[in-house]
Unconditional design. Structure first.
Length: 148
């Protein structure tokens, strides 16, 4: 199985539209307000995640500049230090491999949905110190003891 086929299989398991490649390459997001230097954290044939100090707002369009390559895109989500962009056109496997190439980082194992316990709240598993100093108890135990 080729590397691309294994990533496509992982994408199906992750329920993503297409495989993502974890990379770390410099890029520029060129918008009407100017060029924003950034680092590309991952890429797929539909979009990429960019990390930058000054991320644009959601909805901004521009050009992702990778050396001589320019790809028209739109910012579809933002956080304090990163944004997600969607390409106007699907890149295709050959163009994607030309961009990512040997710079692809080895990804960790894909999450297995079979390992997730259904119907169990995580918040009940958190622990804290008992007010009386008698040890550590879960939040569920605290809630049950306070209702008595």
């Amino acid at each position: 199985m080729s590397f691309l086929e294994s990533r496509q299989q992982a994408a199906a398991t992750e329920r993503r539209r297409s495989a993502r490649f974890t990379i770390d390459i410099p890029a520029i997001l060129r918008t009407v307000t100017g060029d924003r230097p950034c680092r590309m954290a991952n890429i797929s044939d539909n979009g990429a995640k960019l990390e930058a100090d000054n991320v644009p707002k959601e909805g901004v369009t521009g050009w992702l500049v990778l050396g001589d390559e320019e790809i028209f895109c739109k910012v579809i989500w933002t956080s304090d230090t990163a944004c997600g962009i969607q390409f106007e056109r699907c890149l295709g496997a050959n163009r994607l491999m030309a961009i990512a190439g040997s710079r692809v980082k080895q990804a960790g194992p894909v999450a297995n949905a079979g390992n997730i316990q259904m119907g169990r709240k995580r918040s009940g598993l958190l622990v804290s110190a008992h007010p009386s100093g008698s040890g550590i108890i879960s939040r569920r135990q605290v809630a049950n003891s306070s209702s008595v």
